[in-house]
Design a binder for this molecule. Structure first.
Ligand SMILES: *Cc1c(COP(=O)(O)O)cnc(C)c1O
Length: 425
């Protein structure tokens, strides 16, 4: 770890940090959206990551090969489509801290969550409840509640939430308390590893340990974690994980999602699973046997041959993560967000409050700002000034400086704009 710098509130200082930043040149790898002819301050990579310039080349290769070869491209193109997804697996395994056989890329996040629930949410009359942090992402709740009803249980009774301090913070003790109280009746704990609203990151290892003591499965939604924080899913003992790739992974709107299945669940023939031919043994798949022979890896959950154009965009984006590595990214991310925190703390306005925990091990790059009374107007004025952040009811502006393409200067300019806007209201 580099020694923590003492920050200064000046443009010159921010520019100095950019000059010293070893990752600064990666900004050139991306298209930065423009507003009124100038570059926006794009702090919305937690919602949709930016387009890597190299993505076009990956798509061009695919289009050329398809034009030249037609169906032969499945096996004979420069990057054969039959095994194209395999080119993503090692990169994804590094990003989530897994063995290669524990991950694959497929479908979209909510679809994958359903497929994981089929295998890992197996309620019984005495153990059917699901525990999630409050407030989870709605799609996850819809998925869980509908599965619960599908199994004949009532989500009104079966869905439990770990509630925190009322301001969105959920301490580890609150998880432990809920598990101590209800663990015997809980079938599954589902954690938004970084909560989308508050930006809080949870201690997976501690929660997993406690949940497993009560015989609960543990799943994680990594939509806001992957590409944001270094992850260690295998060692944490998580049972399954799901993610999307269009947020921090910059793989394009609706980009291909992924799954993690812990090795202890691989090759388990009695495990229920919805199956399709892309989960079948690769050697005999085209012999078209009618009996399913599952792959011994997470690929056993694959259903269909995947959209290669979407995978090409994914591959282009993952190359950048391979090049930079999560530890360098996290190092810059900590400095970037620490700088933002430092500047925010100097804004003397009682209406402004940072909801996200300030402790580094409890957050990624996003800070969620609660702005009382004038939040919506602040959001409008920031947007009009070329700042791309997002608004979440009732009073939250989510701000995510992304280490791959954002700069210290942008953080400085953002904080200054916010100060100006607040003092004018
Ligand atoms: C973004 C996000 C999703 C999105 O689900 P899709 O199936 O990709 O539309 C789901 N869960 C969480 C926590 C998210 O942040």
């Amino acid at each position: 770890m580099r020694a923590k710098v003492s920050f200064e509130d000046s443009l010159a200082f921010a520019q100095q940090l950019d000059r010293e930043d070893p990752l600064h040149r990666y900004r050139e790898e991306f298209y930065i959206p423009t507003c009124d002819g100038g570059e926006c301050i794009y702090f919305c990579g937690n919602s949709l990551g930016l387009q890597p310039r190299r993505a076009r080349h990956y798509i061009d290769v695919l289009l050329e090969d398809w034009a030249r070869m037609g169906v032969e491209g499945h096996f004979k193109s420069r990057h054969p489509w039959y095994s194209y997804h395999e080119m993503c697996i090692d990169s994804l395994a590094r990003l989530v801290g897994a063995r290669p056989e524990e991950v694959t890329v497929m479908n979209s996040l909510t679809v994958n969550l359903h497929l994981m629930l089929v295998s890992f949410y197996r309620p019984t009359p005495t153990k059917y409840k699901v525990l999630m942090e409050y407030k989870p992402f709605p799609s996850d709740v819809y998925a869980v509640a509908s599965q619960m009803r599908y199994h004949g249980y009532d989500p009104g009774e079966g869905l439990l939430f770990v509630r925190g301090d009322g301001c969105g913070y959920v301490p580890l003790e609150a998880w432990e308390q809920m598990l101590d109280e209800h663990g015997d009746t809980i079938a599954l704990v589902l954690i938004g590893q970084v909560n989308y609203y508050s930006g809080q990151a949870f201690d997976l290892r501690a929660i997993v340990e406690q949940a497993h003591r009560y015989g609960c499965m543990v799943g994680v939604d990594l939509a806001h974690g992957i590409g944001n924080l270094p992850l260690t899913l295998h060692d944490d003992g998580v049972d399954f994980g799901v993610w999307c790739s269009y947020k921090y992974l910059n793989s394009g709107p609706g980009g291909p999602a992924g799954i993690f299945v812990h090795r202890r669940h691989l090759g388990q023939r009695e495990l229920p699973r919805f199956e399709g031919w892309w989960g079948h043994n690769k050697d005999t798949r085209f012999a078209m046997p009618l009996e399913f022979d599952p792959l011994p890896t997470a690929e056993a959950w694959q259903l269909s041959n995947p959209p290669i154009a979407a995978l090409a965009l994914h591959r282009a984006a993952l190359d950048l993560f391979d090049e930079v590595g999560m530890s360098a990214l996290r190092q810059k991310s900590l400095e970037l967000t620490d700088y933002l925190l430092f500047l925010l703390q100097r804004i003397d306005d009682g209406r402004l409050r940072v909801l996200t925990p300030t402790r580094a091990d409890e957050r990624g790059c996003q800070l969620s700002l609660s702005i009382a009374e004038v939040g919506k107007e602040v959001y409008r004025r920031l947007s009009a000034a070329g700042v791309v952040v997002d608004w979440r009811e009732p009073d939250v502006v989510r701000v995510a400086p992304v280490p791959l393409y954002n700069t210290f200067e942008e953080v400085y300019r953002f904080a200054n704009l916010l100060k100006e806007v607040l003092s004018a209201l």
